[in-house]
Write a protein that binds this ligand. Structure first.
Ligand SMILES: NC(=O)c1ccc[n+]([C@@H]2O[C@H](COP(=O)([O-])OP(=O)(O)OC[C@H]3O[C@@H](n4cnc5c(N)ncnc54)[C@H](O)[C@@H]3O)[C@@H](O)[C@H]2O)c1
Length: 387
């Protein structure tokens, strides 16, 4: 069985290590900070303790799983690994340096993967002697709970490497989707309007955070409203992904970040983890009440939804991923109540195009341009599924 290496023992690295060990692999997790390794060890132990308490595993199974993970502060321990997943900070230069160092240690056939959320896998491969072995294997947070994993071949990746990685991750009980090496891949691209359009509605004074969250949850059926979700993810992390996606799409206004969120980040109002974000989570603070106006709520929900559908359609049109993978990615990666393309079918593509065109005419901003695919499908009276 493959020995799996994980570089970076942060939130993602420690979660992925747990998933790989649970699937029966020996795992080497390496971090250059001893403190991070200690924290990761304690984190995995705490999760296993909870699983034992809930009778999902026995004490002996938890012990056996934990002893499969070797915590190391030196990459030379990766020597026997056949697959290594990098999960260090989201910084292309640091990742490139790390991949070069790892390539000097491992065998020629070792697969090197990155868990990056938004950086170019092809750029990481450019530094390698054997770039055909690199690809993106993108888990979602928390890795042990989230079923979706995006598989992202770089321009240089060998097809056999893609197949091997996909089979391996599937054998860990995950659902894989294949995405082109483009900014944000599937989920972090297609989900941008959930945050961006909600922030725009807030900035324009159409509704406050609580009302927008209420509309998206109650009328839209989303598990969390956009503002509570940004506070949960951390505004620092969510803003950074938006900024990277915006820059990497050559400043396409569809992905434009919001000053409102930037100021929260400036003030270190990161959200739940700092006690304050869009909402105040400190002891005794009261949550604001939404304005439960059904007509306003429907307007907010429909505007955000058509922007999401437009993004999903554009990703399909530009061959970022297949129809099925785009819908699967959004339901399993970010728990959307429905796949966006099937949602478009259900609403009627004509209604989606009409709303996008209304927004475009009103604002005269490129941000609201309708995907050619939606317009073409409307003309041809087609649906994404069953037509
Ligand atoms: N946090 C998320 O929600 C999430 C979700 C999906 C993907 N990602 C991606 O996963 C990666 C890691 O994210 P995270 O949230 O776990 O980060 P994190 O900051 O929690 O952890 C990163 C770890 O890497 C270590 N590290 C940094 N440089 C290193 C090096 N050269 N060698 C060894 N260790 C090094 C740090 O000490 C730290 O412990 C990023 O690329 C991020 O974009 C994050």
């Amino acid at each position: 069985m493959d020995t799996i290496g994980i570089l970076g023992a942060g939130a993602m690295g420690s979660g992925i290590a747990q998933v790989a060990a649970a699937a029966g692999h020996n795992v080497v997790i390496c971090d250059n900070l001893t403190l991070a390794l200690t924290k990761a060890g304690k984190g995995v132990q705490a999760t296993l303790k909870t699983l034992v308490e809930k009778e999902k595993m026995t004490d002996a199974e938890a012990y056996a799983l934990y002893s499969k993970i070797k915590f190391s502060d030196h990459m030379s321990d990766f020597r026997d690994c056949t697959v290594i997943i990098e999960a260090i900070r989201e910084d292309i230069e640091q990742k490139q340096i790390a991949f070069k160092s790892m390539e000097a240690i491992v065998e020629e056939g070792t697969i090197l993967a990155s868990n990056t959320s938004s950086l170019s896998i092809s750029a990481m491969g450019a530094q390698l002697r054997h770039p055909e072995r690199i690809l993106g294997i993108h888990f979602f947070n928390p890795a042990p709970l989230m079923r979706l994993v995006e598989i992202i071949p770089a321009l240089q990746t060998d097809l056999e490497v893609v197949d091997k990685a996909r089979n391996l991750i599937t054998s860990w009980g995950k659902t894989t989707v294949l995405a082109k090496d483009t900014p944000g891949f599937i989920v972090n691209r297609v989900a941008r309007p959930y945050y961006g359009e909600s922030l725009r509605i807030l900035d324009e004074g159409i509704a406050d955070e609580a009302t927008i969250d209420w509309a998206m949850r109650t009328i839209g059926g989303f598990r969390m409203g956009p503002f509570e979700l940004m506070d949960f993810i951390g505004n620092d992390i969510n803003y950074a992904v938006t900024e990277i996606v915006f820059q990497n799409f050559y400043f396409d206004p569809r992905y434009k970040p919001s000053f409102t969120q930037k100021r929260l980040v400036d003030a270190h109002y990161f959200g739940r983890k700092s006690g304050k974000g869009f909402y105040d989570y400190r002891n005794g603070a009261a949550m604001p009440e939404p304005l439960k106006d059904e007509a306003l709520g429907r307007e907010i929900f429909f505007r955000v939804l058509v922007m999401l559908i437009n993004e999903a359609a554009e990703a399909l049109y530009l061959q970022v991923a297949s129809r099925d993978d785009i819908d699967m990615a959004m339901t399993q990666g970010v728990n959307y109540p429905k796949g966006l393309l099937s949602w478009a079918d259900e609403l009627g593509i004509e209604k989606v195009v009409e709303k996008l065109d209304d927004l475009y005419v009103e604002y005269l901003e490129d941000r609201y341009r309708c995907s050619r695919l939606l317009r073409k499908m409307m003309r041809e009276n087609r649906k994404f599924f069953n037509a």
